[in-house]
Design a protein around this ligand. Structure first.
Ligand code: LLP
Length: 418
């Protein structure tokens, strides 16, 4: 569900015609709907209302500080994976005690920063990281609250690149080592075990993998309680899928019920780290048709956005719906929608039936609110697009378009080469 739709033949985001934004900031441009984000957050939040819980929005999905701020207004915490994301969360006003720090390769400097601002919890991903956490905590004289991220070895049945809870993946600590690691941590007075964590993958469209993971965590939790540990937080990660095409992911209520049922005996505070489900369908990438062309085999629509702006189709063969911003076409044709980048993988759609567009027409690439702008790059020396947030009848440019000067500003030519 989202607030993008046609009114009198024109695509609107909430009450703003998309075309109006294009006249102002040009293309390509990311456009987000505040109302959609609020709606998704509230539905998710309310689904868990009967239990103690904390939603830590996974900042990596869309880390614009305006978006984080909007979510902070609704009470969200943050799941961060780097010093950069931590600083974004803090800048957006997220209270440190609502921040969890995940990630397989936190540097000692990042750990120190997070400790110094008193975040809620570190989700520790290896035995060595646990040791470093203890050392840094000792150095600055603070106790480090942590959960171990368990690798529960369950198949989330999603794209292999976004499966994280399988034995062969780099994430988390194997179940067999977990208890021992907790026991060792208990001996270090600078380490404070307060929870247990798992995140098994992303764009998950079935409940079973979540339930399986939860059951594994529960087993370890119960064992730890027997050993005298006092745990408070059960962090089940993110991963709930959304509709890009014809997927049928569980509703937030169904997801919540499964987790609430599974975790209820533990009397834990449940931490959720949703990303995509909050922002995914709240954003679009609008692009202009530069050229149309054809060869014997294919017809191409060449647009001004490229894989550097939205890499998901190139990277994961991800499907994104594409619609025109004017609902005025009667002819359709099967085309490849491609970008200007010098790579064959620079496409947004392959052999897709689309309205017969012409040079100068505009297309909206849907469901681009999560892992869109955040994964963009400057490949081919292309400035990254602006981000615009619509709220009712108003819109705000929340990140301006980069300029070529911005790109060059960080580089220098040593005198030797002048
Ligand atoms: N928590 C942790 C520890 C994570 O690694 C992730 C995502 C999340 C939460 C949020 O997961 P979500 O609710 O958004 O599924 N770039 C890929 C997705 C990578 C997800 C990485 N981790 C894509 O475009 O599909």
């Amino acid at each position: 569900m989202h607030y993008f739709g046609y009114k009198s033949g024109e695509l609107y985001c909430e009450e703003v015609p998309v075309k109006k934004i294009l006249e102002d900031v040009g293309t390509p441009v990311y456009i987000y709907s505040a109302k959609t984000i609020r709606r998704h957050y509230k539905i998710f939040e309310e689904s868990f209302s009967e239990v103690e819980h904390l939603i830590c929005y996974s900042i990596k999905a869309n880390s614009n500080i305006a978006i984080i701020s909007l979510l902070r207004q609704l009470g969200s915490g943050a799941d961060v994976v780097s010093a950069g994301e931590l600083k974004r969360a803090l800048k957006a006003g997220i209270p440190p005690k609502k921040i969890v720090f995940s990630g397989v390769g936190k540097s000692p400097e990042e750990i120190e920063l997070a400790l110094s601002v008193d975040i809620l919890m570190f989700n520790v991903e290896s035995i060595e990281e646990l040791e470093v956490l203890g050392e840094v905590a000792k150095k600055i004289g603070k106790k480090a609250p942590f959960a171990l991220r368990i690798n529960p070895d369950v198949d989330p049945k999603t794209h292999p690149y976004i499966s994280t809870g399988l034995k062969k993946s780099k994430f988390g600590i194997p179940e067999e080592l977990a208890i021992d690691a907790y026991k060792r941590a208990k001996k270090n007075s600078y380490l404070q075990p307060i929870g247990i964590d798992a995140h098994i993958g992303s764009q998950i469209t079935e409940l079973t993998p979540f339930i399986e993971a939860l059951n594994r965590l529960k087993k370890i939790w119960e064992e730890l309680v027997k050993l005298g540990f006092e745990l408070k937080y059960l962090d089940i990660g993110g991963g709930l899928g959304i509709v890009y095409d014809d997927e049928e992911p569980p509703l937030p209520e169904e997801y919540a019920n499964a987790i609430i049922q599974g975790g209820k005996d533990l009397k834990a505070t449940i931490i959720l780290e949703p990303g995509r489900v909050i922002v995914g369908n709240a954003g679009i990438l609008v692009t202009k048709v530069l050229y149309t062309k054809e060869n014997i085999l294919r017809k191409f629509v060449v647009v001004d956005a490229g894989m550097n702006d939205l890499i998901r189709p190139a990277f994961y063969q991800a499907y994104h719906k594409i619609i025109p911003i004017e609902d005025k076409y009667s002819d359709y044709e099967v085309v490849d929608v491609v970008g200007p980048i010098c790579e064959t993988s620079d496409f947004f759609a392959k052999e897709r039936k689309l309205p017969k567009v012409q040079r100068g027409d505009f297309l909206a690439i849907m469901s681009a609110g999560a892992y869109g702008f955040v994964m963009s790059s400057n490949y081919n020396s292309r400035p990254r697009p602006p981000e615009v947030l619509v709220d009712g009848d108003t819109y705000y440019v929340i990140r301006r378009r980069e300029t070529i000067e911005d790109l060059l500003a960080l580089e220098s030519i040593p005198a030797k080469y002048l």
